[in-house]
Design a protein around this ligand. Structure first.
Ligand code: ATP
Ligand code: MG
Length: 448
């Protein structure tokens, strides 16, 4: 089995060499490991492992052993399919412990032109806020940069000015919850390259740049949680988690129709509809009984009548959260629904009604390979984690290239002016110009 996973971490990076990136989505109902090969910006899905998981409650690990077992099985399956050994993963995290708060930072621009170091310093300043001892900062998400008095800047590097300001959103998480995710992965022999907010990963998989630009909200309705992410002006404006999802609908059906949970889940997936009025009054479904009671036939409309109030409640909370941010009017691209629970008939129509904005379903896009295995909205997070990892690697490579010693124009001129026959074997030829620094010769050796 090949072992190419995350070579950039292992000290053997080769620019532009294909790299294996693995996304590990540890969800309330399933663990999904997605193996992608990243080559020059394109992502080819090589393998997927998808295993049911009972080790989480509402997006948070509640049973380490069960979670570890599911991760191990998912990784094993993904390895088998992809034919690579997985050592490092990008893992997702969610749950109502996640918080998002605005912050800002200011830095003086050294040299009159904004450099990468200035941006690093201003972002470092923005994260210097008091955080509870049991919490940690997960992401510093820039909303905009301000150079002197010019605001609304996305990428300030190269701009002239003396004062750089950053407005960011800080995503914080309960340290214990993050550590449990890392611990579970480590118990499977994995290294966690980064822990990523799940809807942030989903955004990578399903949103277009245009949508991020003109304003959009992602609503990821999974089994245990509904995750929100608002993108405005190309940046992340807000994120929050609602502790309700598809499992609540299943429980409502089990209680309302007095049927086992597994049957309620089957009925929901096969016959469920979020909007009662979309269901014909004549349709019927067979409902198995509990405790030896015989099955009975029930109007499909009854099933919808149980589902509808729960879905309405979820979308009402979503709407309230969006209104509270004050950004409702800025979501011109509307809402993108993702997560397994949105597969139910009537979900987009109901969401449009309650949210009062255009709604579409979000499927992973921008990938090739065995995409049929990650086509559904329930794979948006897993695929998004691969895309997030690919972007992290791309950025790290870019930064490394920027930091690599560059010859000054003067040195390049000296080199061009030097006689071509200036090697030591050419006898009386003039010596090449003396190198001004060892870094220059290091660069020269690497370049030629
Ligand atoms: N066809 C379907 N119709 C209705 N619901 C569905 C369908 N398929 C899956 N679901 C529901 O989607 C939910 C699982 O979605 P998903 O896989 O996105 O969740 P998860 O990632 O495991 O959980 P979370 O993100 O909340 O931690 C379950 O409640 C499941 O019943
Ligand atoms: Mg999920």
């Amino acid at each position: 089995m090949k072992s190419r996973n995350q070579e950039h971490q292992g000290g053997r990076p080769k620019h532009d060499e294909p790299e294996i990136v693995v996304g590990l989505d540890i969800g309330t109902t399933k663990v999904t490991a997605v193996v992608g090969e990243v080559d020059d910006g394109t992502i080819t899905i090589l393998g997927v492992g998808n295993v049911p998981c009972r080790g989480l409650r509402k997006g948070v690990v509640s049973n380490i052993d069960w979670t570890v077992r599911s991760i191990r099985d998912a990784i094993e399956a993904a390895q088998q399919m992809a034919g690579v050994e997985i050592r490092t993963v990008y893992a997702g995290v969610a749950g109502s412990h996640i918080r998002c708060q605005p912050s800002d930072g200011v830095a003086a621009v050294a040299g009159g032109e904004v450099q990468k170091g200035d941006v690093d310093r201003v972002l470092e300043g923005a994260r210097a806020i008091p955080v509870d001892a049991d919490r940690q900062i997960l992401h510093v998400l820039p909303r905009e940069f301000i150079v002197d008095n010019q605001d609304g800047i996305r990428d300030p590097i190269g701009m002239s000015g003396v004062r750089l300001q950053a407005k960011v959103n800080l995503v914080t998480a309960a340290t214990g919850c993050v550590q449990n995710v890392v611990r579970c992965a480590e118990r499977c022999g994995l290294t966690v390259a980064d822990v990523v907010l799940e809807p942030l990963a989903s955004a990578e998989a399903i949103l277009s740049e245009d949508e991020k630009e003109i304003g959009v909200v992602i609503i990821d309705i999974g089994g245990g949680t509904t995750d929100l992410l608002l993108c405005v002006d190309g940046g992340i404006a807000h994120s929050s988690v609602i502790p309700a999802g598809g499992n609540n609908i299943t429980s409502d059906i089990a209680a309302g129709l007095r049927t086992p949970m597994a049957e309620a889940e089957r009925l929901k997936r096969n016959f469920g509809c979020a909007l009662g009025r979309m269901v014909s009054d004549d349709d019927e479904v067979e409902v198995p009984g509990v405790g030896g009671h015989p099955p009975r036939r029930v109007a499909r409309r009854v099933l919808s009548d149980i589902i509808e109030p729960r879905v309405e409640e979820i979308f009402a909370v979503v709407r309230k959260r969006i209104e509270d941010t004050g950004l409702l009017e800025q979501l011109s691209a509307g809402a993108v629904l993702t997560g397994g629970a949105v597969l139910m008939e009537g979900m987009p129509e109901f969401a449009e009604e309650i949210l009062g904005m255009p709604v579409r379903l979000g499927y992973p896009v921008g990938i090739s390979g065995i995409t049929q295995l990650v086509q559904g909205p329930q794979y948006a997070t897993g695929v998004g984690l691969v895309k997030y990892g690919a972007e992290a690697i791309r950025t790290a490579r870019k930064m490394k290239a920027l930091q690599a010693p560059q010859p000054s124009q003067r040195l390049l001129r000296e080199l061009e002016e030097a006689p071509k026959s200036g090697s030591s074997s050419s006898g009386g030829a003039k010596k090449p110009p003396r190198p001004s620094s060892n870094r220059f010769w290091d660069w020269l050796r690497a370049a030629f």
